[in-house]
Design a protein around this ligand. Structure first.
Ligand code: ADP
Length: 540
């Protein structure tokens, strides 16, 4: 017999997802919070129609297959329309990060050679700051405020009116580019990652699985993670695939607006970086009886390590944190931290110890840890090594091949830049980013473990631990903290609090209190800035 199967070679493209919206989920709502805080309501039939109109208008205006269409937008219905409308006409959706500096945005838009920009009207002041450094054939403005769009731009609604809702899809190969996102540049110059239709479809299917995020049409999904941060971790596409209602927060990411949205839409699954949940924790603790969220609400938390104290606090609110680990380069989900069936008998404390780990690799994602020579290390839960990944939604290069030599191995794995341990059950535990480890007297100290433990202190709001040069030990850990209610916390208080949890040599030698930990454009602690700030630190 021939080794060829009899199965059809049917492409995995986003057009299928767009068609399903009309056929199966036309009435499912998409809710968006507008700049004036009012809730805009539409449904998937409308999103389907408008996405096809957008695809048609782009085609009529000369956007070609493979051309990049940039967005500079918050999370709302029009961004979702672009998420669908751009790839189904063969274009590449390039989500620009509106929290970057105008110089970085211009650099990225030029590097990607973006042809068209779709932008929220409330973000035009940002555009003004880089418009002289870029060229777009057309700038399309979404009138979120309802105010008139200036004649130098195209009104998004007029643009859609040019398009035909019976748009015929061009032939699209599943490996064609569908989207593009630049790394946020926390650790260097931003680099472009290009997603394919196939990688996006497979990532969506896997993300929906019951044993990963378990997203279904019965869910109401709120990505707080911006749609410009690694495709909002795939949640917009996964929700479309399964027909889940979306409640999108627009520009309002403060704790009160989010809690109001969770309550009014009875959101069942939300996602974002830890700093968002720290703010929500404070708001809920300040007013414990104010909000009623949906029972068993799930919160996907990733982008940075999640302190154990956050799991405990949210369990008490009946909002269950699920940790996920990933990167712009990995589609982005690589692991999810659920307790597996064979461990379901372990006690409550052991379950927390399991949930604070980054979790198990998703199906089709291969992981290994290696030493400096690239030799594989054992999965014993003790040995730390550089984590490497491969799989159908893991990038195999950067746009224009930048950084290829340091980021990929000769046998084709992505070097994540994260240091991890893997235990015998397969749970990945991220020890640190390679660049953030503290090297003290020949031993590696995990800044992540220390800061997560410090954030368990009842009077500490935020904590970041950085390596600072030391004349005797090479480097020693310095803890930078933000305290609650102007409390005074000394180095000794923190050391005593940590004693017993860590070997003595791990304990930070100094604790500095500041007003706020600097954050990156995606809301993570910006340790690069802290390291710079404390580089001339003199140890006592
Ligand atoms: P950037 O690299 O600019 O921060 P990404 O958003 O792609 O942009 O960040 C990916 C990195 O975020 C990972 O390499 C890892 O260091 C960190 N990260 C993501 N998820 C987690 C997690 N659950 N725990 C710890 N670190 C995480």
């Amino acid at each position: 017999m021939s080794t060829k199967s009899t199965m059809m070679d049917y492409p995995l493209t986003l057009t299928n997802l767009v068609e399903r919206l009309k056929t199966y989920y036309p009435g499912v709502e998409v809710v968006s919070r507008m700049p004036d805080k009012a809730l805009h309501r539409t449904n998937y039939l409308d999103i389907h129609t408008r996405a096809k109109r957008l695809a048609s208008a782009l085609t009529k205006k000369g956007v070609k297959k493979g051309d990049c269409v940039a967005t500079l937008m918050w999370n709302h219905y029009a961004h979702l329309e672009a998420y669908l409308g751009v790839p189904i006409m063969g274009g590449v959706l390039h989500t620009l990060n509106l929290r970057l500096s105008p110089e970085d945005i211009a650099y990225i838009a030029n590097h990607a050679n973006d042809k068209v920009l779709i932008i929220d009207d409330i973000l035009l002041p940002l555009y003004e700051q880089f418009k002289n450094d870029v060229h777009f054939d057309e700038v399309i403005v979404v009138p979120l405020t309802g105010e008139a769009v200036s004649a130098e731009f195209t009104n998004y609604e007029d643009y859609l009116a040019l398009g035909d809702e019976d748009f015929n899809y061009p032939a699209i190969d599943e490996n064609d580019a569908a989207g593009m996102c630049y790394t946020s540049g926390t650790t260097g110059k931003p680099k472009g990652v290009v997603y394919s239709h196939r990688s996006t479809v497979l990532h969506s299917m896997t993300e929906a699985m019951v044993d990963t995020l378990g997203i279904s049409q019965f869910d109401v999904v709120t990505p707080v993670v911006p749609m410009f941060h690694a495709n909002a971790w795939g949640l917009a596409y996964t929700s479309v695939l399964v027909g889940a209602k979306q409640a999108l927060p627009g520009p309002h990411l403060d704790a009160e607006s989010l809690m109001d949205l969770y309550q009014s839409e009875q959101v069942t699954l939300s996602a974002g970086v830890p700093t968002i949940w720290m703010a929500i924790k404070q708001a809920r603790e300040a007013e414990p009886n104010r909000w009623n969220t949906a029972p068993n609400m799930r919160m996907v938390v990733g982008g940075a390590a999640v302190p154990e104290s956050l799991f405990r606090a949210f369990d008490a609110f009946d909002m269950k944190i699920i940790q996920a680990w990933g990167m712009t380069e990995t589609g982005p989900l690589a692991t999810v931290g659920l307790v597996k069936k064979s461990l379901s008998g372990i006690d409550k404390e052991a379950k927390y110890a399991c949930r604070v780990k980054q979790g198990l690799a998703l199906p089709f994602v291969d992981i290994r840890i290696v030493d400096e020579q690239g030799d594989a290390l054992p999965w014993d839960g003790k040995t730390s090594g550089n984590a490497e990944l491969r799989g159908p939604w893991i990038t195999s290069s950067y746009h224009k091949n930048e950084g290829a030599s340091d980021s990929f191995t000769e046998d084709g794995w992505l070097k994540t830049g994260d240091v991890c341990q893997i235990d015998q059950e397969g749970y990945v535990k991220l020890t640190d980013r390679t660049k953030d480890l503290v090297k003290s007297g020949g031993e590696w100290i995990s800044s992540v473990d220390l800061e997560n433990a410090i954030m368990g202190h009842p009077d500490v709001l935020e904590a970041a631990v950085i390596a600072v040069a030391h004349p005797k030990w090479d480097e020693r850990p310095l803890a930078v903290i933000v305290v609650k209610d102007s409390k005074v916390i000394t180095t000794n208080d923190i050391r005593q609090f940590l004693e017993g949890q860590f070997a003595k040599i791990w304990l930070p030698d100094a604790v500095e209190t500041i007003d706020e930990i600097p954050k990156t454009s995606t809301g993570k602690f910006m340790k690069i800035t802290l390291r710079e700030q404390y580089k001339n630190w003199v140890w006592e």
